[in-house]
Design a binder for this molecule. Sequence first.
Ligand code: IPM
Ligand code: MG
Length: 365
Amino acid sequence: MKASIALLPGDGIGPDVVTQAVSALDAVALRFGHTFEYRTALLGGCALDETGNSFPPETERTVLAADAVLLGAVGGPKWDDPKAVDRPERGLLALRKALGVFANIRPVKPHPIVRDATPLKPHLMEGVDLIVIRELLGGLYFGQPSERRVGQAGREAVDTMVYTEPEIVRILRVGFELARSRKKRLTSVDKANILSTSRLWRELATEVAADYPDVTVEHILVDAAAMYLIQRPASFDVIVTENMFGDILTDEASVLAGSMGMMPSASLGDLSEGGFRRGLYEPIHGSAPDIAGQNKANPIATIQSAALLLRYSLGLEAEARAIEDAVDEVLAAGARTADLAKPGEPVIGTDAMGERIADAIIRAR
Ligand code: IPM
Ligand code: MG
C-alpha cells in the first residue's frame, strides 16, 4: 500500500517522540512492503514563531491532503502569555475542527509489565481494559461567546457550553458501536444534576440506547465517575462523555496506564461516502518543555498512536499489531524510560526506546 502521512511534530518533546514513531512506521513499511510518504508541517508554538499563526494555511492544506495525521504535542511557557491573541492550543483546536474529528478515542489498557508503575493497589488493576470516547468538537472548547470583558464588578470572563442534538447523537453512536464490539457495557458520563447540556445528553443517550438493546447502559455524574475510575477501574468498558469531562477524566485514567507516556489517542471524523474517515493521532501527554530535546521522553504513547493510525485510517490491522507486539516485547525485555523505571532500575532514552521497538518490528519478520 502507498499512503501519505502528515507529520506535525509541534513543540517541546513533540519532535523527539514523533521521530521515534516514524522509525516504527518505517520498520512496518519495510517488513510489510508498504510505502509511507511523509509531509511535515508546522503547528502550535513553532508555527507561531515562524509564521505568526498557530495553524497556518499551508498546514491546513497538508493535513487535508493526507491519508492520516500524526501529531506530537503543542505548547510551552514561551507562548503562555494570557493576553496573546493566538496560542499553540488554539492551533490544535483549529486543526481538530478543520479535520472534523469529533470522536476522540483514548484506550486505557495498562501493560502488565508497568502495572507497578501505578500508585493503585494491584488487585484494583486486575482486568482494567477501558476506552474513553471524548467528544472533541463541541462544548466549552468551542462555544461562543468565550471572552474577557469588563463588567460592573470589574474584569469578568465568560465561556459557553453548547451542544446540539446531532453533535451528541453522533458521538453516542460511536460509543454504542464500540461497546457492541467489546464487552457491551457503556457508561455515559454527564453532570445532569446541574447542566442543561448534560440533561439533553442523558435524554439522548436513553433514546439512542433503544437502538442497542444488547448494550448495557449506565449514566454516571462526572464527579462520581472520577471516583469510580480509581475505586473500580475494571468495571468500565466504554465510557462516552463530552469534551471537557473527557479531557479531565483521561488524564486521571492515564494514572491507570502507569504513565501519561503510555497513552495514545485517535480522533476520528465521519465515514465519507468513499469509505474514507479522517483521522488525527496523538499522544494524550503535553509538550513537557522541561525535558524537551533531552532524549528523556517516553515515545511509546506516540508509537502506539502510529499503531492506531495504521488500524483506523489505513485498515492495516496486522501492521498495527506488529507495533503493539514490539512494544510489549521491548517492555518485557526490561526497557524503561525514566517515567516507567522503578528506583534503581536502569533507564534508557527516547531514541534507544524507539530503536529497540523498530528493531523488534523488523526482527519479527
Ligand atoms: C488533550 C490536551 C488538549 C485538550 C490541550 C493541549 C488543548 O489537554 O488533548 O487532552 O485540552 O484537548
Ligand atoms: Mg488533556
